[in-house]
Design a protein around this ligand. Structure first.
Ligand SMILES: Nc1nc2c(ncn2[C@@H]2O[C@H](COP(=O)(O)OP(=O)(O)OP(=O)(O)O)[C@@H](O)[C@H]2O)c(=O)[nH]1
Ligand SMILES: [Mg+2]
Length: 410
């Protein structure tokens, strides 16, 4: 009787890890799982669980899900941290050994960072992963939504996004299909008309939110050279990444800094300072990339050096963009001004920014005084970013229009 435990996901910052258990026989698989997994979903026995069915439960102190992917094969989706994965793998191997009576269980095929020979292990993991995904897809043939959510779950970067994806597969009634599937079936079965349209629109209002469960929100920092964009990206994302230098024109290309704010995946885009006048070829290219990135960003931070309001004013006058996403004005280097001076600069720059953004007179552009040196205003900017990009979080379990699912059905 064979048995094998394989970690399918690569090591790293992923929120969810997938561990594959191939037990050789259904009985061994169920014995192994029963020893560690306290199932909280309503099922009479793990023996009768249909293939593709997601089960919630506890493994020691961890909440996780298991899914049966074939007769004697299961996947365990758990927290992606090394300790959590290591402990599940160890439990599985110990129990496999006990139930098989072997003394030396096969070593688990864990991720390359934990074992040497990365090339070989990489290939093995990839082929196992493809095989498992293939099995998973076949197992849920006719249930494209569950298969798609499964695939997307592997791309979720945080527990919060993973929870929204998982909630698409569950329902209060364990005999019913998942939340998203139920909603999609209802809409797809309705005759064309106003009622169907309303239901569809209700679902689609969450399109942006659904898309960002697996694709981070993108925030572009735009401003004249030397305003402090790279320095700000570093502190906003929480690490050293961009090149900071006191000469204008230091950042020549678009740098991305991925981070997590409030359990949402975000990427800050550090652009080349936009300036006119003499530029070399590489610098010109960087600036063009910055402007092109405006179109792909979900929000934009207009960065000014508040000790050089003349430079910022010139920049705001030169740049013409009709950006219809959230924009905030960042008055950086606040440590160089006293509060009276800052007051004057704030009025002057917010006025021109509002004019250039064509904001209606009663709407102010959100404006933050920041200093990379003292940390002033940084948290407020982070809070604004989260609030502007996710003004409302749908209650967990709301049907969300995952792009591939919607494309397949409508
Ligand atoms: N006093 C002060 N200096 C700052 C602050 N933020 C950045 N600087 C300095 O300003 C200079 C330019 O900072 P960068 O972050 O490289 O500016 P940038 O906008 O990325 O510049 P480019 O890449 O040339 O477009 C550096 O010397 C930073 O140390 C701040 O809040 N206060
Ligand atoms: Mg820079």
């Amino acid at each position: 009787m064979n048995g094998e435990v394989t970690v399918l996901t690569a090591p790293g910052r992923g929120a969810v890890a997938v561990i594959h258990l191939s037990a050789g026989s259904l009985r061994t698989a169920v014995d192994v799982l029963n020893r560690h997994f306290q199932c909280l979903s309503k099922v009479s026995s793990l023996n009768d669980v249909p293939i593709g069915r997601i089960l919630y439960g506890r493994w020691g102190h961890e909440d996780l899900v298991v899914v049966r992917t074939a007769a004697a094969e299961w996947e365990i989706h758990c927290h992606g941290g090394t300790a959590a994965v290591g402990s599940v793998v160890q439990d599985l191997n110990n129990s496999l050994r006990d139930f098989r009576g072997d003394r030396d269980p096969p070593a688990p095929h864990v991720a390359p960072a934990l074992h040497g020979d990365p090339g070989l292990l990489d290939d093995r993991i990839t082929s196992r992963k493809i095989a498992a995904e293939d099995k998973g897809l076949k197992a849920v043939a006719g249930n494209t939504i569950a298969a798609e959510v499964h695939r997307l779950l592997l791309k979720a970067r945080t527990r919060r996004t993973a929870a929204h994806l998982l909630a698409q597969l569950t329902s209060h009634d364990p005999d019913e299909c998942g939340r998203l599937e139920a909603e999609v079936r209802v809409i797809a079965g309705m005759p064309p008309g106003a009622e169907r349209q309303t239901k569809l629109e209700t679902l689609l209002q969450w399109s942006e939110f659904a898309r960002h469960l697996t694709e981070p929100w993108r925030i572009l920092l735009l401003g004249p050279p030397n305003a402090g964009k790279s320095s700000l990206v570093n502190v906003l994302a929480g690490f050293e990444r961009s090149i900071v230098y006191d000469q204008p024109g230091t950042t020549r290309d678009l740098l991305e800094a991925a981070t997590i704010l409030d359990q949402w995946p975000m990427v800050f885009l550090d652009s080349a300072g936009v300036r006119t006048g003499s530029m070399d070829e590489i610098e010109r290219e960087g600036i063009l990339n910055s402007l092109a990135a405006v179109g792909t960003a979900d929000a934009c931070l207009l960065v000014a050096d508040s000790s050089r309001p003349d430079v910022a004013e010139q920049f705001f006058s030169d740049i013409d963009f009709s950006f219809r996403r959230p924009v905030a004005l960042i008055l950086n280097k606040a440590d160089l001004l006293n509060s009276d001076e800052m007051h004057v600069v704030r009025n002057r720059l917010s006025h021109i920014a509002e004019k250039r953004l064509s904001l209606p007179p009663q709407r102010d552009v959100p404006c933050f005084a920041t200093s990379v040196n003292t940390g002033e205003g940084i948290e407020s900017v982070q809070r604004w970013v989260v609030g502007a990009l996710i003004p409302v979080e749908p209650p967990l379990g709301t049907a969300l229009p995952l792009p591939e699912v919607i494309a397949a059905f409508f």
